[in-house]
Design a protein around this ligand. Structure first.
Ligand code: FMN
Length: 227
């Protein structure tokens, strides 16, 4: 079975993006392990802001008409997901956050269950580690197991970026090995079980409104349907 790995980069600088170099190094590592890879430039997409209507909880579909459903479909078809973002004011750039905010239904439904992910970040000065941690936390919130991350400060020159590319390549290899079951993450697996228990209960409390989410849990065998 071919393993599919999808990379997302969220820099407005296109081919000039230093973060792109880390995403591409990660994807190269994944290909070295036999995966097929694809790369998406988040800034090239039209992604609107979540308006908190919660229609997705009931229907599984968003009321906004833009590029999000196509992007989400590609993420759902991937076994491994690589998130890349530069540090913007000690956080991620707004378009990546807009993507995350469109995924509350994916959080409830643990839609990345069975997927693996990792994150990479470049910063001019500092806090790349905090950004990597945040993006990995988001992947975990969607149900994925995270295998690590690479962050680097490029303020003093690009030598550090070359060294970080090597770490990113190794990260991509680890990602594919994890998909193949060659690494175990027992603490994260336990955390994911706890989150599913929490959201199962939340969905049962709201099952009359959140019908799509209830159906999703039933279809996946995570809730026994009321007879
Ligand atoms: C709007 C903006 C905000 C930034 N904020 C920070 C910051 O808070 N801390 C930091 O270390 N670098 C900051 N930077 C620098 C970028 O993180 C850095 O140049 C990064 O490598 C750019 O990545 P890219 O080449 O992939 O776009 C900022 C850059 C921009 C344009």
């Amino acid at each position: 079975m071919t393993i599919a790995v999808l990379g997302l980069n969220a820099s407005p600088r296109g081919r000039e993006s230093r973060t792109l170099r880390l995403v591409e190094a990660t994807l190269a590592g994944a290909r070295h392990e036999g995966a097929e890879t694809d790369l998406i430039d988040v800034y090239s997409l039209d992604i609107g802001y979540c308006n908190a209507c919660t229609a997705c909880y009931a229907t599984g579909e968003c009321v906004l008409c833009d590029d999000f459903p196509d992007l989400f479909g590609k993420m759902m078809n991937a076994d491994g997901i690589v998130l890349g973002a530069p540090n913007y004011i000690d956080s991620i750039p707004a378009p990546m956050k807009a993507v995350f905010d469109r995924m509350a239904d994916a959080v409830h439904c643990r839609m990345f269950s069975g997927k693996y992910g990792c994150s990479v970040c470049t910063a001019g000065g500092a806090n790349h580690g905090g950004i990597v941690e945040y993006m990995n936390h988001a992947l975990s919130s969607f149900g994925a197991i995270t295998v690590g991350g690479v962050g680097v400060s490029v303020g003093r020159g690009l030598d550090a970026l070359s060294e970080a590319e090597k770490r990113a390549n190794a990260l991509g290899r680890t990602l594919v090995q994890a998909v193949r079951g060659e690494h175990r993450y027992p603490e994260q697996e336990e955390y994911q079980r706890e989150r599913m228990d929490y959201f199962r209960q939340l969905i049962l409390w709201n099952k009359n409104q959140w019908t799509h989410e209830y159906d999703w849990y039933v279809q996946n065998g995570w809730i026994e349907e009321d007879k």
